[in-house]
Structures are given as C-alpha cells and as structure tokens.
Design a protein around this ligand. Sequence first.
Ligand SMILES: C[S@@+](CC[C@H](N)C(=O)[O-])C[C@H]1O[C@@H](n2cnc3c(N)ncnc32)[C@H](O)[C@@H]1O
Length: 227
Amino acid sequence: MTDPLSIRRLYGRAQGHPLRERQAGLIETLLPTLAIPEGPLSARRLFTDERPLHLEIGFGKGEHLAFQAVRNPGDGYIGAEPFLNGVAGLLADIDDAALTNIRLHRGDALDVLERLPDASLSTVWLLHPDPWPKARHAKRRFVNPGPMDLIAAKLKPGGHFKLATDHPRYLRHALMVMAARPDFEWTAETPFHWQNVPQDWPDTRFAAKARALGHEVWRLDYVRVPA
Ligand SMILES: C[S@@+](CC[C@H](N)C(=O)[O-])C[C@H]1O[C@@H](n2cnc3c(N)ncnc32)[C@H](O)[C@@H]1O
C-alpha cells in the first residue's frame, strides 16, 4: 500500500463568507460534542456500540450525510470536511433533526481513514470531489492509487465505494483508475444504470448546480471484493 503520508494533501478553501450568529454558535457548542477524538477510531469508541459505520469524504454542506443519517438511525456516520461553512451547514441540519448518529472531522478525510481499523467501513461516499481538471494536477484527485489503497483497506468485504461527478475528465480518470483495481467491482449493469437517481442516493448541492447548468451527473458504485 502507498504510504498514506505521501498522499496527504489538503487543498481548497477553509472558510468562505463570515458565519451567521447561529452557525458560529453551533461551531462553538455543538461541534466539540460531535468532533471525532484523537487516536484510533472505531464504531464503539464513536457511538458506544458495534453499529455499521459509513464515511463521507468532503460532504460540502452535508445534506447527503444528514439524509443518510435520518434514513438509518441505527448506523453511524462520519463526515470529513475542511470547509468551515460546510461544517456549520451540517451542524444546523444535525441540530434541527436532533441527529445523534453523526460524528465530524473538520479536516482531511485521509486523517480519519488512517485511524480506522481495517475492514471497518460499510460505505465510503466521495460526491463531486474537486475535479483538478488540469493534467498537471491529476495527482491531486482523490481517486488515485494512494487514497484508493487506503479506502480499500478500510472497507469491509462487500462494502461500497460510491463516487459521483459531473466532470467528464474526472469521470474518465476515475473509470481508468478503478478499472485497474482487482479489489473493486463496478456494479453498473447497463451503460445507463449509473445515470439514474437511486432513492438512497439523492443529488447533493453540487449535483443540483451541475444539472442546472445542463451537465450530466454520473454515479459510480463499486463493491470491495477480495483482490
Ligand atoms: C466540489 S465540493 C463537493 C461538496 C459536496 N460533496 C457536494 O457534492 O455538494 C468538494 C468538497 O471536498 C472537500 N475536500 C477537498 N479535499 C478534501 C479532503 N482531503 N478531505 C475532506 N474533504 C475534502 C472540499 O472542501 C469541498 O467542500
């Protein structure tokens, strides 16, 4: 497996417009109660029991993670996102719906993945990752051998890696990276299956923006299989 330290990179904005009063208050009061602790992580450590565990990488404003957490209240959800305004957005959803099954990391998802036990995750979502469209930035894309080695190690056999993108170049790159991996099997049954909007996988904010611009949104669902 690639040394995860050699792939650790955090790019993008840490904060956008100033937080509103309620958002700032939730960052002060609610975030510390939901922030993942230092050191090794596990379902028991985060949720006090052995429930199924899922991770969303770069959850943006968090509407997809909140949707999943409402849908499966017995499961545990971890969200990693460095963008403060996004974290504040998800905290508002958590507060409004009184959700108790989400834990948060304001930072790089690789830091979370590294601290989870192998074969501990049921699902990893990577929805509309930053596309890094220039060829010279291709190594910064999350779908690359280093990060995917880590995701493969942390997914249970039969666990799912779910990727969405509206960026044709990212789609092509991801299809090539994933096709080279014997440890993942693409679940697409027909060429059009992966453009459907499944009931358990709603559009995110970025997906909605992309559709409004007339772009296609692609969903790729891979299962972790023995290599
Ligand atoms: C294009 S946005 C998509 C947001 C959201 N998933 C959606 O579909 O609306 C990509 C997000 O990934 C976050 N991100 C980038 N690198 C990351 C990393 N290494 N770990 C966690 N989040 C990351 C960015 O801060 C940004 O919010």
